[in-house]
Every structure is written in structure tokens, then in C-alpha cells.
Design a protein around this ligand. Structure first.
Ligand SMILES: [Zn+2]
Length: 484
């Protein structure tokens, strides 16, 4: 039975847990036997997965991670092992009797069981994880999943407070990635008028800007860095964005400094009360979760997933404590993961009803560090020290005189045997004192990160090109140019 989002948002914690436990049993008894990777993993470890009955029992299962999915030279087809692969015999064996009876009843009513199963299990759509091209993993959606993408898009819009009369502009880059498609389904599925612009690379920033003004868009959906670029140019051209009510930020972390800069720009565009709401997405979870208020957490969908936080040793932390996000699918088909370590560190999960919207669904704390980024890239050995490059976003965005910036990690004199060095490329706001910025930013970065970067100044349009804001799918905000 399908339960509505409104009902789920009002269910007491115990009922939500009971619903999740029921889904864990279906996952273990019916879905795992169809899942090549987990069935094999549990059998090899001698785990009787049919006895896993609750979300607490999940702790008896081993973790998995993207390193289990990434194709290797020996096993290029590993991502396929994460797709549910039922067959008739298996269905008869593992499907609960009640479900089979339901299907038979439908058959009597003229529906074809085979078609029903195809709807649920046959993949029809693909997203890739973002990240470096060698590390991209395909995640496949069935038609059942695409309906859920639409459903969760609708939930996301309800959480951010969208209504049917809204007019939405999707500025995510057009690509086989979750961000663009979730926004597409959120807009169309909610019955909201929208423009799927494809971002700066497809429609172009000029036309997107014109569309926001002419359509009187009330919702703008964008990667925060691109949104900033768009608003900054619009402000320079004295555009009227006064209809904008909600800026939905996704695809990257939204730092408090950037949020403040976005607010300032919005105000200068006549949008004084625009709420800037962030989302947190996982390609492997096939959807995203949103804030209902600038200070709230990300509202989860407890009927579709179970999320726990674990400490360094892999032990589940207590409610409200910090830990790594571990995701278990409860509702999706196609490609799916169980007890999946994301590498993202969250400040805690809140279970009490939301103080802003009253929904009872758990929320992930707003503060999430994308460790998946910094394992490969953001946390880098510089002179033997580990530096969290995420900090650049927060420190540099504190400077209102800085219009755009880029961080480049290279070698001194471009000599591969030399020490690493950090170069910061800056475009300052017109009329600001470059020497003052150089001095203050240098000091601030040294005290915050213990690094003394080389700061260089560029013209704004030059740096915009270097960042690829109008030409790339992903902005080149931080570049690691060291030889591998
Ligand atoms: Zn809320």
C-alpha cells in the first residue's frame, strides 16, 4: 500500500520505524536473492540474511562502498552486479505470497504479470556519479524508480515550500546526472510551469537571465557557484528578479559565506525575501533531500531509505551525534545498495519533529562534509600536511570584495620534484584595493589552513573563462595540476 508523503510526515517515530522494519524484511527476503553482489557477499560471510528483520539488525551486515562497484580491469562489469536481476523461478520462490496473490488478482483483471515485473525491475534510465571520469559509476533506474524520482521530486518541492502557481527555472547542467533530472521531475511532477535550461553551457547565461526576468520565475534551481555567477552578472545589468521566492541550491556544498553573498546579490536584484534552501543528494540513493528552512536539516524519506551515521570504527553513533553517512535502500529497484558507506561526514540526525515545518521524518544535519571529494582531491598532502580544501570555500567567500576565485594546486616552478604550492586566482570587485585583499586573504588563509598561497589577480571575464562557468558541466573551482 502506498502511503502519502503527507501521512509519512505526520507519523510518530515508532510507526516510521515499524514501517522501515517491514521494508527491511522485504529487502532481505525478496530483493537480496535477486541482487548478485549482496547475495554473494552475505553467503560468503555465512550471514543468514533472511534473519535480518529490523533496522537495528542491519548492524550485523558488512558495509559496502563505491570501491565494490567501481569496474576493474579484471571485472569491468561490476556495476551490473548491483542491479536487481529477478527471473520467473526466483520470483515464485522469494516473493511473499500476499504479493503474488495481488499480482494474480491483477492478471484476472486483465493485467499481465510479466509487464508488471518489467515495470518494477527492467532498467530504462541511467545516471552517473559525478567525480573524475575514471571513477564514474552508472546507476540504473526502472520505470518504478522513475515514478519514485517524480514522487521524491514532488516531496522536495513540498519541503522547500513550492506551490502550483510557482514558475521554476532549472539551471542545472544538462547531463546524465541526478541533479538535472531530479529538478526536471520535481518541476513537471509538481505541475509547476518550468524552463529546463540545461545551464550555462546549453542555453547560455544571457538567455537564462532573460528568462528569469521575463517569465517572472519564482524558483531558481542551480549549483551554488553557477547561481552566484548568474546573479552577479544579472546584478551588473540591473535585472529585475523581484519575483524570485526560492533559490534551491544543489550539486555542491553551499557555504554560509556564499549564502550571504547570494542574499546580497538577490537583494540588489529586487528579491529581498528570497529563501536560499540547500539540498543534499547521493547518486547511489537516486534522489535528494531538502531543507524546509535555512536553518533546518535535510528531510529524509523514511519509506524509501534507512540512513544511519557511524563512527571511525563503523559503530552506529547515538541520535544527534556526528558520523559518516551510511545508506540502505528500502524502496528503489534497478541499481541499489545496502549499508553503503558514503564517506560524507554529517553533524547528526535529528528525530524529533522539525521545529520549522513539523514533519516527523528524520533530518540530516545541514553541515555535511563531502569526504568523498576530499579523499581524492580536497584533502591533499601539501608539504606532508593534510589540508581540507573545503575550507577555501568558507574563507574566501568571507571576502565581499572578491568577485570570483579559483584555487590551483601545482608544483613550485612547475618542477615535478619540487614542493607543492597553492595558487589562488582572484578577480576583485571593481574599485577594491588589491593589495589589501592580498594581505588580508594571505593572513586569513595562513591562520585558518597554515598554508601561504601565492595570490594572483585577474580580470573578472578572464577568471570566469578559467572557471568554465559558461562552458563546462562542472566549474573548475579547485584544480589539482600536479603531475600524477
Ligand atoms: Zn522541516
Amino acid at each position: 500500500m502506498k502511503i502519502s508523503w503527507q501521512t509519512i510526515g505526520q507519523m510518530p517515530e515508532e510507526n516510521l520505524k515499524e514501517m522501515q522494519n517491514e521494508k527491511v524484511r522485504f529487502l532481505m527476503r525478496t530483493l537480496v536473492p535477486m541482487h548478485p553482489f549482496y547475495r554473494k557477499l552475505y553467503e560468503q560471510k555465512g550471514i543468514d540474511y533472511r534473519k535480518i528483520e529490523t533496522v537495528d539488525d542491519l548492524q550485523k551486515l558488512p558495509f559496502s562502498s563505491k570501491y565494490d562497484i567501481l569496474p576493474t580491469d579484471e571485472e569491468p562489469r561490476r556495476p551490473r552486479d548491483f542491479i536487481l536481476q529477478p527471473n520467473e523461478e526466483l520470483i515464485k520462490k522469494v516473493y511473499p505470497k500476499s504479493e503474488l496473490i495481488k499480482m494474480l488478482a491483477k492478471k484476472i483483471m486483465g493485467k499481465n504479470i510479466k509487464e508488471e515485473l518489467e515495470y518494477e525491475y527492467k532498467p530504462v534510465h541511467t545516471h552517473f556519479t559525478t567525480g573524475r571520469s575514471t571513477n564514474q559509476i552508472p546507476f540504473l533506474y526502472t520505470r518504478h524508480d522513475l515514478d519514485l524520482l517524480k514522487e521524491t521530486g514532488g516531496r522536495l518541492f513540498q519541503v522547500v515550500g513550492a506551490i502550483k502557481d510557482d514558475i521554476a527555472l532549472n539551471a542545472f547542467p544538462y547531463a546524465p546526472h541526478l541533479a538535472f533530472w531530479l529538478a526536471f521531475y520535481a518541476i513537471t511532477g509538481s505541475g509547476v510551469l518550468g524552463l529546463q535550461s540545461g545551464g550555462g553551457k546549453i542555453l547560455g547565461t544571457e538567455k537564462i537571465m532573460a528568462a528569469v526576468e521575463k517569465m517572472k520565475a519564482t524558483i531558481l534551481i542551480a549549483i551554488p557557484g553557477y547561481g552566484y555567477h548568474l546573479l552577479r552578472i544579472a546584478a551588473g545589468k540591473k535585472k529585475d528578479f523581484s519575483a524570485l521566492k526560492i533559490f534551491v541550491s544543489g550539486g555542491e556544498r553551499l557555504s554560509p559565506g556564499l549564502r550571504a553573498k547570494l542574499k546580497e546579490l538577490l537583494a540588489s536584484l529586487g528579491a529581498k525575501d528570497t529563501r536560499i534552501l540547500a539540498t543534499y543528494a547521493l547518486t547511489e540513493a537516486k534522489t535528494a533531500w531538502a531543507q524546509c528552512h535555512e536553518n533546518s536539516g535535510y528531510h529524509l524519506y523514511p519509506d524509501l531509505e534507512f540512513i544511519e551515521l557511524v563512527d571511525k570504527d563503523g559503530n552506529r553513533v547515538k541520535a544527534g551525534e556526528k558520523g559518516e553517512i551510511v545508506y540502505t535502500n528500502l524502496g528503489w529497484r534497478g541499481s541499489m545498495v545496502i549499508r553503503y558507506r558514503t564517506g560524507d561526514i554529517c553533524d547528526g540526525i535529528e528525530y524529533a519533529p522539525c521545529q520549522y515545518c513539523g514533519r516527523t521524518v528524520p533530518r540530516l544535519n545541514y553541515n555535511i562534509e563531502r569526504q568523498s571529494d576530499y579523499k581524492e582531491f580536497h584533502l591533499t598532502k601539501i608539504k606532508g600536511e593534510l589540508v581540507n580544501l573545503n575550507v577555501f570555500y568558507s574563507i574566501i567567500n568571507e571576502f565581499s570584495e572578491i568577485a570570483e576565485w579559483q584555487v590551483e594546486i601545482g608544483k613550485v616552478n612547475n618542477d615535478p620534484f619540487e614542493l607543492d604550492e597553492i595558487r589562488i586566482n582572484i578577480a576583485a570587485e571593481e574599485g577594491s584595493d588589491e593589495r589589501k585583499i592580498d594581505h588580508e586573504l594571505g593572513q586569513r588563509l595562513f591562520s585558518g589552513l597554515s598554508v601561504a598561497p601565492k595570490i594572483r589577480f585577474y580580470k573578472l571575464d578572464e577568471l570566469t573563462k578559467m572557471l568554465g562557468l559558461d562552458s563546462e558541466l562542472k566549474e573548475k573551482r579547485i584544480i589539482d595540476a600536479r603531475p600524477k
